[in-house]
Design a protein around this ligand. Structure first.
Ligand code: CA2
Length: 159
């Protein structure tokens, strides 16, 4: 069974508690529960983690080279400055889908330019916490493991 590692950066443990006008009112626990259910539906193994520490994020990404097939990552505030996280992502051989709950392109200058996007396979942003589900689906498709039973427009898309 293929495995997706879903990683979350600093302060996302407070999701749903602060700034609901930007990030919504869904908690990270609810996001995790939804991702777990979706992984079951896709017959994928999934691991969901959050850290406030850059070094821990680097350790997890390094370890993922041996333990995961794809990464879905919301680097949060690390997106805009962390060369160590960028370098670790660069070394991961599989698909990496970057996700931001808010539309970072429509935000202030400080929150607009994710340096991670220079090495991630693709980026989902501005879709709220539903973006995690979209990111998982894209990762599963890139791994070639979307279930046969799914309708063709979802499983294959345009050809
Ligand atoms: O939209 C996203 O998912 C972000 O990655 C969230 C980051 C922000 O720095 C990025 O520009 C976009 C901030 C995460 C901070 O976590 C909070 C959680 C709840 C309330 C306030 C902040």
């Amino acid at each position: 069974m293929k495995k997706i590692l879903i990683l979350n950066g600093p302060n996302l443990n407070l999701l749903g508690e602060r700034e609901p006008e930007i990030y919504g009112s869904t908690t990270l626990a609810a996001v995790e529960a939804s991702c777990r259910s979706y992984a079951e539906l896709l017959t994928l193994a999934a691991e969901f983690r959050q850290t406030n520490h850059e070094g821990e994020m680097v350790d997890w990404i390094q370890a993922a080279r041996k333990s995961a097939d794809a990464i879905v990552i919301n680097p949060a505030g690390l997106s805009f400055h962390s060369i160590p996280v960028l370098d670790a992502l660069k070394m991961f051989p599989g698909p990496i889908v970057e996700i931001h709950i808010s539309n970072i392109h429509a935000r202030d200058e400080l929150h607009r330019h994710s340096i991670m996007s220079t090495v991630t396979t693709g980026v989902v942003c501005g879709l709220g916490t539903y973006g995690y589900i979209v990111a998982m689906q894209a990762a599963a498709r890139m791994l070639g493991v979307l279930p046969e039973g799914l309708p063709e427009p979802i499983r294959v898309g345009p050809v």
